[in-house]
Design a protein around this ligand. Structure first.
Ligand SMILES: [Zn+2]
Length: 532
C-alpha cells in the first residue's frame, strides 16, 4: 500500500484564522473526532506559547486516542543557547507527545533581516534542536518554514537547512509554502531540485532519495490544495492541512478536499472507505466547534457540492448521475440535492419522511405540500437539514399526525442584575398535559437556561424519563435581515439522551421566542420518540 500520512493542524495553524478560537476542552473534542476519522497526526498546539495549549496537552494525556499521534509544535531553540536551556523545547518535552514538530527558518531573508541571526547559527539551531528531541526519543517532524520562497532566492542555503535537519536525525521534513505564493509547477520543480541534490549527497551510487518529505501549504493564491497534490505527485508522503481549510489569512490546505482526492482519485487509501463516508460530518462538526458558518460551496463536503438546479442538469442526472457529477457524493457522506424543481423537492421529502418514521400519503400530495412549506420556512431563516427534530414535527403537523404531548399556557422570565454581580434569571412556567395544569419555577444562568430548567421540572412530573435528556449545545446566529426588515435570530439546540442526539430550531425576531420554539420542539421530539 502506498504510504500517505495525514497531518492535521486545525488546532494550531487553523486556530490562527480570523474569528476562530477553541477552548482547551473543545480542542480535545475535535482531536477525538479527528482520531476517530483516522487522521495520523493531530497537532494540538504550541505548549510553550500559551497556557490554553499547555492545558490541552494536559487533557490529552488523560484521553485515549486510538489512531492518531498527538503532536506538539514549537520552534527551534533560541539563538546562542543550548537546547537543554530552551524553555520552548522543554515545554515540547513536557507535553509528553510521542511526536514533536518544530519549525525552523529556510529563507536567508528571515534569518538575517527578521531574526538578526547569522546563517551559521540558524543551521546549528536546526541541527541541535532536532538532535536534542531525538535524544529524548521523540519522533521529529521538521517544518521548513518559507522553504519555497527561500529556495527561489537562495537555493544553496535553503538546501543547507535541510542538510542540518538530516544531520540532526529528523524523521520527516515538511516543506512549507508559508506565504502561499507558490504555484503548482514551482512546487513540482523545487521538490525535484531537492530530491536531486539530496540524492547526490547521501546516496550518490544508488541515486535514491534519502528521506521522507511532507508538504504544508497556505491558500493565498487559492492553490493550497493544488500545491499539496503537486507535492504528493513528486513523492511527498505527508500532507499537512486543516479541516475546512481554516487558517491565517486565506487559510491552510483544506484536508476535506485533499483526503478525497488522495483516496478516490490518486489511489492513496489514507483513510478507510468507511471513514471517508464520515468526511462531511467531520467538516460540519469542526465548523460548529469553531462557530463558523459552513461554506456551502466547499468542494466535496459543502451543502451545494452536489446540488443541481433545474432544467437540463436535473433531467440528465436522473438518467445518469455521472453526467454532471465528478464522483458519487455518498463516498464522502454528502448527498445529491436537486433544487427548485417541485418533483425533486418531493422525492427529498419522501426520503426524509421514511428516515424519520413519518407516514406520507403514497400519491405524493403530502410530500408536495411539505416541500413547499420547507421552502417557505427556509426563506425565513429555518434550516431543516440540520434540525431533524423540527423537520419531523413539521412533517407530522402538515399531515395531521402531530400529537402535542404538552401545551404551553404561559411563562414569565425575570432577570436581575445587582451591581457588578452576574445576572440571574428566574422562569415560571405553566404547562398542561392531558388537561392537567402544572406551574413550576426554576433559576438559571440566563433566561434560556432558567426556562429550560423550569419546563424540565414541570414535565418530569408527567414524564419521569425526561431526566435522561440533556441539552448539549445551544447556538444563536443572526440572520441578516433584508432591507427594511428587522434582523432575525436562528436558535439551534442539540439535545441528547442515552441513545440519540437530535437537533431542533427556532426562528424569530426575538431571541427568547426563537429559543422557546427550539426548546419546546426538543422536548416534544424526545417525548414522541418514547411514545412511538
Ligand atoms: Zn502554516
Amino acid at each position: 500500500m502506498k504510504e500517505m500520512l495525514l497531518y492535521d493542524t486545525t488546532l494550531r495553524d487553523g486556530s490562527q484564522g480570523e474569528n476562530i478560537s477553541f477552548t482547551a476542552e473543545e480542542k480535545v473534542r475535535v482531536a477525538k473526532k479527528l482520531d476517530d476519522f483516522g487522521i495520523h497526526y493531530i497537532e494540538g498546539g504550541w505548549p510553550g506559547s500559551n497556557p490554553k495549549d499547555a492545558l490541552f496537552f494536559e487533557l490529552a494525556k488523560k484521553t485515549v486516542f486510538n489512531n492518531a499521534r498527538i503532536t506538539s509544535f514549537g520552534s527551534t531553540r533560541r539563538q546562542g543557547i543550548k537546547p537543554d536551556n530552551d524553555q520552548n523545547l522543554k515545554a515540547l518535552l513536557d507535553s509528553e507527545t510521542a511526536a514533536v514538530t518544530i519549525v525552523g527558518k529556510s529563507w536567508d531573508l528571515h534569518v538575517e533581516q527578521v531574526m538578526n541571526n547569522t546563517l551559521e547559527e540558524n543551521l546549528a539551531m536546526i541541527k541541535d534542536s532536532i538532535a536534542y528531541l531525538k535524544n529524548n526519543d521523540r519522533e521529529v517532524i521538521y517544518d521548513a518554514e518559507h522553504f519555497f520562497d527561500g529556495y527561489k532566492e537562495n537555493s544553496d542555503y535553503a538546501l543547507q537547512t535541510l542538510v542540518a535537519a538530516i544531520e540532526g536525525g529528523v524523521d520527516i521534513i515538511v516543506l512549507c509554502d508559508t506565504n502561499g505564493g507558490s504555484l503548482p509547477f514551482e512546487i513540482k520543480s523545487i521538490i525535484n531540485g531537492v530530491k536531486n541534490c539530496l540524492s547526490k549527497k547521501y546516496s550518490p551510487t544508488k541515486n535514491s532519495f534519502p528521506l521522507r518529505i511532507g508538504i504544508h501549504t497556505h491558500n493565498d493564491c487559492g492553490l493550497a490544495v493544488a500545491n499539496s497534490i503537486a507535492a504528493v505527485g513528486e513523492g511527498a508522503v505527508m500532507v499537512q492541512g486543516t479541516i475546512n481549510g481554516y487558517g491565517e489569512r486565506c487559510g491552510n490546505a483544506d484536508l476535506t478536499s485533499i483526503i478525497p482526492i488522495l483516496c478516490s482519485k490518486m489511489n492513496y487509501p489514507c483513510v478507510s472507505e468507511a471513514n471517508l463516508v464520515k468526511l462531511s460530518k467531520l467538516s460540519r462538526f469542526v465548523s460548529e466547534a469553531a462557530n463558523m458558518t459552513p461554506l456551502n460551496s466547499r468542494p466535496f463536503v459543502g451543502k451545494s457540492a452536489f446540488a443541481h438546479k433545474g432544467g437540463i442538469h436535473v433531467s440528465a442526472i436522473m438518467k445518469t448521475s455521472r453526467a454532471y457529477e465528478h464522483m458519487n457524493p455518498e463516498l464522502v457522506g454528502n448527498k445529491r440535492r436537486v433544487l427548485v424543481s417541485d418533483l425533486s423537492g418531493k422525492s427529498n421529502v419522501e426520503y426524509k419522511a421514511k428516515e424519520l418514521g413519518v407516514e406520507l400519503d403514497p400519491n405524493g400530495i403530502d410530500s408536495v405540500k411539505i416541500a413547499s412549506e420547507i421552502k417557505q420556512l427556509e426563506q425565513q431563516g429555518y434550516q431543516f437539514d440540520v434540525a431533524d427534530g423540527s423537520l419531523k414535527i413539521l412533517m407530522e403537523k402538515s399531515t395531521n399526525q402531530f400529537e402535542p404531548l404538552f401545551g404551553l399556557e404561559s411563562f414569565l422570565i425575570t432577570m436581575v442584575k445587582r451591581k457588578d454581580n452576574p445576572c440571574t434569571a428566574q422562569a415560571t412556567i405553566k404547562i398542561s398535559v392531558a388537561g392537567k395544569e402544572e406551574i413550576t419555577a426554576a433559576e438559571g444562568h440566563g433566561p434560556v437556561n432558567a426556562l429550560d430548567n423550569a419546563i424540565r421540572k414541570g414535565l418530569s412530573n408527567f414524564y419521569p424519563d425526561i431526566a435522561s435528556m440533556r441539552l448539549v449545545d445551544f447556538k444563536v446566529r443572526v440572520i441578516e435581515g433584508r432591507e427594511g426588515t428587522a434582523a432575525r435570530v436562528r436558535v439551534s439546540i442539540e439535545s441528547r439522551d442515552q441513545d440519540h442526539v437530535w437537533s431542533t430550531i427556532g426562528v424569530s425576531e426575538d431571541i427568547i421566542e426563537a429559543s422557546w420554539h427550539a426548546l419546546a420542539e426538543s422536548f416534544q421530539y424526545k417525548l414522541s420518540k418514547k411514545s412511538s
